[in-house]
Design a protein around this ligand. Structure first.
Ligand code: ADP
Length: 717
């Protein structure tokens, strides 16, 4: 649990958790405080309603009771004032009561007392006074009976028959004796009226009587004759209902409790408003004649609050929901912020790690660059060096900074010809072209003898910008050694060629001097002659190989079509079986004509030579544009082809792919071709010719925009 809490706090952060706790505490506190305040207000208003209802009820009950008692006393006085009371007098005296609006009053009865011995005389007396059918029904004997004589009904219910002995009911009896004793009106304990005792229990209600003694006018001695009682029967529920409904105006419940003689309380009546649940009340004491009764008024605080009872709960719950929503929003916001911070921290850590790796790699690369002997430089789209290593600095010096333009110059390997700026590996790499081992001489004020460089270039896109990387390899020493060797080879070749000529001439002379039959000596002389030819070819190839590298390049516009036609004619002109040679449309190129002729002669010669014995050679010579300003020349044959493992090596000097077969050669022809093509800034490759044979192709600068129709196609057959 603690762990989960800790995790949650971490997720939203300490500030977030604090804010959420604060909002929760304040929000819940304020919501429920507001709910309590509303409820207290409701209770206060309800108390006000209760107070008003209680005051009104108390006043109503008191005034009504007083009115009833006054009425009763008035009737008692009127009854007592008649010397000879008759039924007619009683009826006349009590007639106004019908309009008196005595709510709950059942009847007004005149009652007289008689003991066992007086029953007959009393009965006769009142029969003579307007009650001829009066029959006194004494209950029990040995005590004073209380007989009803005249009755004034005040409601619609059945009246108690005249002559009923009331002493059978303890409650009115006690009240009657109390009123007689005190000479004042008295109220009875509550009881079920005699006439109601036959009703079903649920329709029975507690009633009580108000009794007032009736005295005659005072005698001269001041004494007053007691004549009987006037008793008003009241149904408690009807009385209270009638009195209190007006007083409470349907806003309050009310109960009237009577304090009975035995000290017990009994509920006289109850007024209940449907749907109310009274929870606050007032207890009031009402003096009713000789008794003190209790009036309880109560109201439903929630309903009397002046606003919807559910309002406090709605406010409390609404506030709680609102608070929780705000907390949830805060939680989400703080969580999102926490997560964002976590991501930033993780990303920063990742970036730091990447930065460290990058720094390490940079240090490693710088270390490598600082230590390698080749010069390495990176240039931007304008050709300005943005990175270079110490070796490049040492080789190129101030050329790197672009200072003193023209002070340093790049020359062709012949040391004379200016290297065209747009053919420099750097320029070609910026144009998107890769170059390898392009040889040149860098000559400047600080290097009057020049430095021999082998330069390779590669395009390098950097940050969406075109750039290039150039590698400079100092081959000055190697070239000097080769130059020495070349000089040595030239001398040796020259010195060898003279004796060879002599040997060849003598061998020929010897052969001519021999009789005309091929014997052993003749054969030997023949072989000497062939050996001399081979040796001369080797010496020529060696010299050509050296020349191809060292001779000054004299480029000019060359008609490739004418040159190829010349080479082909020379190669096949003397052959008895004409090979199948096809020459396509060829453009004009910019090259050293002698050297280019050497290349074409070598390739055509090989294509005619390396065929299966007895087969007629088939050669296709064609050309097509190869990028801006370049032409690709192809020489394809249907010969014996070159094994895959030999293809990468055939351009190396002295490499022969078909040794052991009867194809003569020195292994220098293709090496010479590569040197020449290299010096023109081009490349030479070999692939299989689809369908059999080999396909050699090399690139050479175009003289003018390539126009394929400049030379017509030729067939040599
Ligand atoms: P070589 O004097 O032997 O012809 P080259 O340098 O011209 O020397 O060629 C090197 C080797 O390449 C040859 O010995 C040969 O095996 C192979 N070669 C060159 N051209 C062809 C070709 N057109 N067809 C098959 N093999 C060839």
């Amino acid at each position: 649990m603690t762990g989960r809490l800790g995790k949650a706090v971490r997720r939203v952060g300490r500030t977030g958790a604090l804010a959420i706790t604060l909002v929760l505490a304040l929000g819940l506190g304020a919501s429920w405080q507001a709910a309590h305040a509303i409820r207290d207000g409701q209770r206060e208003r309800a108390q006000g309603v209760l107070d008003r209802a209680a005051t009104l009820s108390d006043a109503s009950v008191r005034s009504e009771i007083h009115r009833y008692l006054d009425t009763l006393r008035t009737v008692a006085a009127a009854v007592g004032s008649h010397d000879e009371l008759t039924a007619g007098d009683f009826a006349a005296t009590t007639a106004p009561l019908r309009q008196a609006g005595l709510v709950g009053a059942t009847s007004l009865v005149f009652i007289v007392a008689a003991d066992d011995t007086q029953i007959t005389s009393v009965q006769d007396y009142w029969r003579d006074r307007g009650a001829p059918d009066l029959q006194l029904h004494a209950q029990g004997s040995g005590h004073e009976h209380l007989f009803t004589i005249f009755t004034r009904p005040l409601d619609t219910s059945a009246v108690l028959p005249s002559g009923t002995d009331l002493s059978q009911a303890a409650e009115p009896t006690t009240a009657l004796w109390e009123s007689r004793r005190s000479g004042e009106a008295a109220v009875s304990d509550t009881y079920v009226l005699l006439r109601d005792r036959g009703l079903p229990p649920d329709r029975q209600q507690l009633s009580f009587v108000l009794a007032a003694p009736a005295y005659g006018d005072p005698a001269p001695d001041g004494r007053r004759e007691f004549k009987g009682w006037v008793v008003l029967g009241l149904r408690g529920q009807d009385f209270i209902g009638g009195v209190l409904t007006r007083a409470t105006q349907g806003q309050a419940d009310a109960e009237l409790w009577a304090q009975n003689g035995g000290g017990q309380e009994s509920r006289v009546a109850r007024l209940h408003q449907a749907g109310q649940h009274p929870d606050i009340r007032r207890d009031l004491h009402v003096q009713i004649a000789n008794r003190e009764w209790r009036l309880v008024v109560s109201v439903d605080a929630a309903k009397m609050g002046g606003s919807a009872p559910i309002l406090p709960l709605v406010v409390g719950l609404g506030g709680t929901v609102l608070t929780l929503l705000v907390c949830a929003m805060l939680w989400a916001l703080a969580g999102a912020r926490g997560r964002a911070e976590e991501r930033v921290v993780a990303a920063t850590a990742g970036l730091c790690a990447a930065q460290r790796t990058a720094d390490n790699q940079l240090a490693l690369l710088n270390g490598i660059l600082d230590r390698i002997s080749d010069g390495v430089g990176v240039v931007d789209a304008d050709g300005a060096f943005i990175v270079h290593n110490p070796a490049a600095q040492a080789m190129l010096g101030r050329t790197l900074d672009g200072d003193e333009p023209g002070a340093s110059r790049f020359l062709r390997p012949d040391g004379v010809t200016e290297f065209p700026a747009d053919e420099l590996p750097l320029a070609r790499a910026l144009a998107g072209e890769s170059t390898d081992r392009v040889e040149m001489i860098l000559r400047g004020p600080d290097r009057p003898d020049g430095m021999f460089l082998s330069v390779s270039g590669r395009p390098l896109d950097h940050d969406g910008q075109r750039g290039a990387i150039v590698v400079f390899h100092d081959i000055t020493e190697a070239r000097e050694r080769e130059a020495d060797l070349a000089a040595f080879a030239g001398i040796v070749a020259h010195d060898l060629k003279n004796p060879l000529t002599v040997i060849g001439a003598h061998a020929e002379m010897g052969r001519d001097a021999l009789p005309d039959r091929p014997d052993q000596a003749y054969d030997s002389l023949e072989r000497v002659g062939a050996g001399v030819v081979r040796m001369r070819r080797l010496i020529d190839d060696l010299l050509a190989y050296v020349t191809a590298r060292d001779a000054a390049l004299k480029p000019c516009e060359v008609d490739l079509g004418e040159l190829v036609a010349d080479v082909v004619a020379e190669r096949i002109g003397h052959l008895r079986v004409r090979p199948d040679v096809y020459v396509g449309t060829l453009p004009r190129v910019e090259a050293d004509p002698a050297m280019l002729r050497h290349v074409l002669d070598n390739l055509v010669g090989n294509a005619l030579k390396y065929v299966r014995p007895g087969r007629v050679p088939k050669v296709d010579i064609s050309a097509q544009p190869s990028g801006p300003g370049w032409v690709r020349v192809e020489v394809a044959d249907r010969g014996i082809g070159i094994p895959d493992e030999d293809k990468p090596h055939v351009f190396e000097s002295f490499h022969r792919a078909h040794t052991g077969q009867s194809y003569g050669g020195t292994g220098l022809g293709l090496a010479i071709c590569r040197r020449i093509v290299d010096r023109h800034g081009g490349t030479i490759t070999v692939t299989d010719n689809p369908g059999g044979g080999s396909r050699f192709s090399f690139t050479v600068p175009a003289a003018v925009p390539v126009a394929p129709e400049t030379v017509d196609a030729h067939e040599y057959a």
